[in-house]
Design a protein around this ligand. Structure first.
Ligand SMILES: Nc1nc2c(ncn2[C@@H]2O[C@H](COP(=O)(O)OP(=O)(O)OP(=O)(O)O)[C@@H](O)[C@H]2O)c(=O)[nH]1
Length: 304
């Protein structure tokens, strides 16, 4: 074992943290803010996050292993929704700590469902009250914080703004303090265990969510067909799967301009994340009812 000198920081805690909350409370924004890099995709639409992502944050006092969850959905109808609910619940059960993310001043049935899932898993929890930048008079928040503290035996109830970065340092300290003692599980410069291929698909999907907020239904998914490095740049082919010809038309747009814009923006985001030139080709294909077909979901990477 390495010996430590006085004054030198030693990473002595390590554990997993599930970020739980109803759709759109800011879970992905919070994860990205803590990691200092965009790993989880965000958009104004609910249900953006579909995969559990392991984000790794190494601090002097320890290493936090974040599992971002898809959010627990009220309507469990389709195979995709059932997958999302299973993924979210199994993400909590196995963790050392849960963060319940809520929106300042708001509490709904869905928040209660998220808290129930945490209570059922029996893991310690911190309540993260996000979007406090919305509230001009901070004292107006006190009754809300108090009520939240009465709903569950949280280790801490902490107001933050993931978007502005307020109180995030304090939150990180409280998280590390709550983790079990242990050596870091990953090298300190590693920030995820997900592949670049995975993020390539996420970045295309993010563009779709951002551009077609209203028109594009949730039954769209992205598959990376080719992911290769050649002569110092990535060659990436992405397939966008839709369920109907009409959806294909919307995504492609007049003379293919809409799809071209999606591909350009996704490529720029990939170059930023991979720190390397990218050549991206994007195709749209129709696969009928993929979101309600368990076999198709499994082919597209949604499996337990
Ligand atoms: N004003 C404000 N907006 C925020 C803050 N954090 C997140 N948002 C916005 O809230 C919206 C939803 O954020 P996400 O991070 O995608 O939410 P999420 O909980 O991951 O959503 P799902 O993936 O659907 O579960 C985005 O438009 C964010 O920009 C915040 O601290 N303040």
């Amino acid at each position: 074992m390495a010996e430590s000198n006085p004054g030198e920081s030693v990473a002595s805690r390590c554990g997993t943290v599930a970020i739980i909350g109803r759709p759109n409370v800011g879970k992905s924004t919070l994860l990205n803010r803590i990691l200092g890099q965009k790993l989880a995709i965000t958009s104004h639409k609910a249900q953006t996050t579909r995969h559990a992502i392991l984000g790794i944050k190494t601090r002097a006092e320890g290493q936090i292993l974040f599992v971002d969850t898809p959010g627990i959905h009220e309507r469990g109808g389709s195979a995709l929704n059932r997958y999302l609910n299973r993924a979210a619940r199994s993400a909590i059960a196995d963790t050392d700590l849960a963060l319940l993310v809520v929106e300042a001043g708001r509490w709904s049935e869905e928040d209660a469902k998220a808290l129930e899932a945490i209570a059922a898993a029996g893991v310690p929890a911190i309540a993260v009250v996000n979007k406090v930048d919305w509230i001009a008079d901070k004292s107006a928040l006190l009754p809300y914080l108090q009520q939240l503290g009465e709903r569950h035996a949280f280790r801490h109830v902490i107001p933050v703004s993931a978007a502005k970065g307020d109180q995030i340092e304090t939150l990180e300290c409280l998280i590390v303090e709550s983790l079990p003692e242990g050596e870091p599980a990953f090298p300190e410069d590693q920030i995820t265990d997900r592949s670049e291929r995975f993020f390539a698909a996420e970045l295309v999907r993010e563009q779709l969510m951002q551009r077609y907020g209203k028109e594009l239904p949730y039954c769209t998914t992205v598959e990376i067909e080719r992911f290769e490095m050649a002569e110092g740049r990535y060659l990436i082919n992405a397939l966008i799967w839709v369920e109907r010809p009409g959806q294909k038309g919307i995504i492609i747009g007049k003379r293919g301009e809409a799809l071209k814009a999606v591909a350009t923006q996704a490529r720029l985001e990939m170059q930023k994340l991979f720190d390397c030139p990218v050549h991206l080709e994007v195709w749209v294909k129709i696969k009928k009812s993929w979101s309600s077909d368990e076999a198709a979901l499994s082919t597209l990477g949604y499996h337990d």
